[in-house]
Design a protein around this ligand. Structure first.
Ligand code: KIV
Ligand code: ZN
Length: 391
């Protein structure tokens, strides 16, 4: 049974924050392909770009808006009328447009980056959100550097944004500074203390500077957030954003502890990850959770033996659930007899006991000097062994 109180909106920012990863920019065609894949994946909102940043971003948002039929399309904009106008213009043809406007609220950002007083920032929040709301029914407001913002000022800023018409309030951990406990409490206290908090959906947006983006995002959901902003493969500024696939599979795998549900078709995760990796040229690290090349690969003999008896011994989710055909038993020096026998069977060999032991010994010797043994290596071992034994 799904419980709507626990429905989490997935806001994908691969095409905006993800594209801000150094060296990750995508062409218009590539963005259209990724947007289509994200729609098939079942994300609720696609942040397609930052309309005022460049003509390329504007065109991408505008064409993605025309392409997508179900998913909300969003453009980022600073807290200025010019930015907001450009965002609204780019989103004109979207079935479900969303304007996402933001301003910094931390003392550090207000003083050094914006060079504005807190009162000026409050005025700007009111003016920008009201202006956006006159152009679009779906307005998200973000307090940039939210996790380093002074508590009372944060509450006041959010109250003003909600009053001005924001329907989603995003509290970003812009510099990846917070910790799970702290962020969960922060989210809970915001929802408890800000007047009219029930009029908005609260959102998390985490960066991975300390490797905590996924844990922090999940903690925020436990604290009451019902939108998660994330990217495919966790790409994004500096160390990246929270990885969509990790959050989704944590929800799916640990429903007992994390009873949240989304619209994501998890079977489409692998192909979406591969598409994003190929268009950005950013290879996924092999040991990356869910989508890394080793995520469903087993080399140790003990693990391979367990896997062959019952996959649940060493896998907490099935490869099929993320769109892979099967797990991989990698042939290397840690592999044991059981996996070697299965591999031979796959390759069409049925060896007698002596022949098997002789081939297995050769396999172990070769594995000591070669990191991974491929099918061709195994075939060569058996053939050589047969030849030697004939003489
Ligand atoms: O990290 C951040 O604060 C952002 C905002 C613009 C939402 O990306
Ligand atoms: Zn960000």
């Amino acid at each position: 049974m799904t419980n709507d109180k626990n429905r989490v909106i997935i806001f994908d920012t691969t095409l905006r924050d993800g594209e801000q990863s150094p060296g990750c920019s995508m062409t218009l065609n590539e963005k259209l392909r990724v947007a289509e894949a994200l729609e098939h994946l079942g994300v609720d909102v696609i942040e397609a770009g930052f309309a005022i940043a460049s003509n390329g971003d504007f065109d991408a948002i505008s064409q993605i808006s025309q392409l997508l039929k179900n998913t909300s399309v969003c453009s980022l904009s600073r807290a200025s009328f010019k930015d907001i106008d450009r965002a609204a213009e780019a989103l004109k043809k979207a079935v479900r447009p969303r304007i996402h406007t933001f301003i910094s609220t931390s003392p550090l950002h207000m003083e050094h980056k914006l060079q504005m007083t807190p009162e000026e920032v409050i005025g700007r929040i009111h003016d920008s959100v009201s202006y956006a709301r006159n152009l679009c029914d779906d307005v998200e407001w973000s307090c940039e550097d939210g996790t380093r913002t002074e508590e009372d000022f944060l509450y006041r800023s959010i109250e003003v944004a909600i009053k001005a018409g924001a329907t989603t309030i995003n509290v970003p951990d812009t510099v990846g500074y917070t910790t799970p406990d702290e962020y969960e409490i922060m989210m809970r206290k915001i929802i408890e203390n800000v007047p009219n908090s029930d009029k908005a959906i609260f959102s998390t947006h985490c960066h991975n500077d300390l490797g905590l983006a996924v844990a922090n995002s999940i903690a925020a959901v436990q604290g009451g957030a019902r939108q998660v902003e994330c990217t495919i493969n966790g790409i994004g500024e500096r160390a990246g954003n929270a990885a969509l696939e990790e959050i989704i599979m944590a929800f799916r795998t640990r429903q007992d502890a994390l009873p949240y549900h989304t619209n994501i078709v998890t079977e489409n995760i692998t192909k979406t990850s591969r598409l994003v990796s190929s268009v950005t040229g950013l290879e996924v690290q092999h040991n990356k959770a869910i989508v890394g090349a080793n995520a469903f690969a087993h080399e140790s003999g003990i693990h391979q033996d367990g896997m062959l008896k019952n996959a649940e011994t060493y896998e907490i989710m099935t490869p099929e659930s993320v769109g892979l055909k099967k797990s991989e038993l990698v042939m290397g020096k840690h592999s044991g007899r059981h996996a070697f026998k299965e591999k031979l069977k796959d390759l069409g060999y049925d060896l007698g006991d002596n022949e098997f032991m002789s081939a297995f010994t050769r396999f172990k010797d070769l594995a000591d000097v070669k990191k991974t043994l491929y099918d061709d290596d195994i075939i060569a071992i058996v053939d050589e062994d047969r030849r030697d034994n004939e003489h």
